[in-house]
Ligand binder design. Structure first.
Ligand code: UFG
Length: 333
């Protein structure tokens, strides 16, 4: 029986995709160096290979041993702010790392690739909602590294026949509705977990700018539940295996939600106040980002199951409340 190699399958989005693959009857082999991932997050994997994505021979061996016919590539560094400070690390991991995965696929003749891309490929939007015809113009190294791989994919298809789906996530959020998997980043920089921690009295919290040209002055984003992202990956893989042409899809709910809306949701869901200070704008934050996901809905039949912000926050807060130390495997610095 063939299987899917899931790089970064012990990470936040990858682990949810592995669970969805398993539920779909697909064997998932996780390939992860556990630098940011967690062994316990790979619980639904049929095997866990500890390795670095830049280690092409190790990738090839895993592909051969597990009869891999497709790769889902999640392993990457994914903090916009860090990418501005450390472009070298980002190009190294995200570009050289992804090329190493693709080159291993070429050598092992593996034909299907599902790629974690990002709304950051669009930079400051010139119109919203952002559909797939919107121009790409990243404003940070993170977005550049993802766009570089999207572009490389066209050439890898022409030359080596690898078909691919690039999924551009907007703001991944929430946690496994069964409470088994969740978000465990160190440090945690994302809005929803930070606001939840503030409501639980575990951390301070600041709103980065309330003077944007938006209805309440705070940034608008498009929060999409991680389980809905996972289901999109399963659909993308099934489509590739059924012979679909390569495609790029935007993935969001199409609901612009402000930072203050999220804070309000956290307060409603937890029944506690979030003590929020207003801080200066964070560098590199576009005022408004939200998606049109009409194309993936139309072409692959994707529909989100957890669109409501209170539902998204609810799953995130159940995980965070029950796991104050995340997966609990962090070694003291
Ligand atoms: N924010 C706060 N306070 C915080 C954290 C965030 O006000 O403590 C604000 C941010 O300024 C932003 C919004 O909340 O307006 C969301 O911020 P996140 O850090 O949660 O997410 P981003 O929109 O910055 O980033 C996400 C993904 C990236 C992706 C990007 C695309 O995490 O991987 O969307 O723009 F590249």
């Amino acid at each position: 029986m063939s299987s899917v190699l899931v790089t970064g399958g012990a990470g936040y989005i990858g682990s949810h995709a592995v669970k969805a693959l398993q539920a779909n009857g697909t064997r998932a082999v996780v390939y992860d160096n556990l630098s940011a991932g967690h062994r316990a997050a790979a619980r639904y994997a049929s095997a866990l290979v500890e390795g670095d994505i830049r280690d092409t021979p190790c990738l090839r061996e895993a592909m051969r041993e597990h009869h891999v016919d497709a790769v889902m590539h999640f392993a990457a560094w994914a903090s916009v702010g860090d990418s501005v400070r450390d472009p070298s690390g980002y190009y190294n991991n995200n570009v050289l790392g992804a090329l190493s995965v693709l080159d291993a696929m070429v050598a092992e003749r593996i034909p299907h690739f599902v790629f974690s891309s990002t709304a950051a490929v669009f930079g400051n939007p010139v119109r919203t909602p952002i559909d797939e015809t919107h121009p790409t113009a990243p404003i940070n190294a993170y977005g550049e590294t993802k766009l570089a791989i999207e572009r490389a994919l066209r050439h890898y298809e022409t030359a080596y026949g690898i078909r691919s789906m690039a999924l551009r996530y907007f703001n991944a959020a929430g946690a496994d509705p069964d409470g088994e998997l969740g978000e465990d980043h160190a440090p945690e920089r994302h809005l929803i977990p930070r606001a939840i921690d503030a409501a639980l009295g575990r951390d301070t919290f600041a709103i980065f700018g309330d003077d944007y040209d938006t209805p309440d002055g705070t940034c608008l984003r498009d929060y999409i539940h991680v389980t809905d992202l996972a289901s999109a990956h399963v659909l993308a893989l099934d489509a590739l295996r059924a012979g679909a042409a390569s495609a790029r899809y935007n993935l969001g709910n199409g609901r612009p939600t402000s930072v203050k809306d999220v804070v309000g949701s956290v307060e409603r869901v937890l029944g506690r106040k979030v003590r929020a200070a207003v801080a200066p704008r964070r560098q590199g934050d576009p005022a408004v980002l939200f998606a049109s996901s009409a194309r993936i809905t139309h072409e692959l039949g994707w529909t989100p199951a957890f669109e409501d912000i209170d539902v998204i926050v609810g799953t995130a807060s159940r995980w965070r409340d029950a796991h104050p130390q995340g997966y609990g495997d962090r070694t003291a610095a």
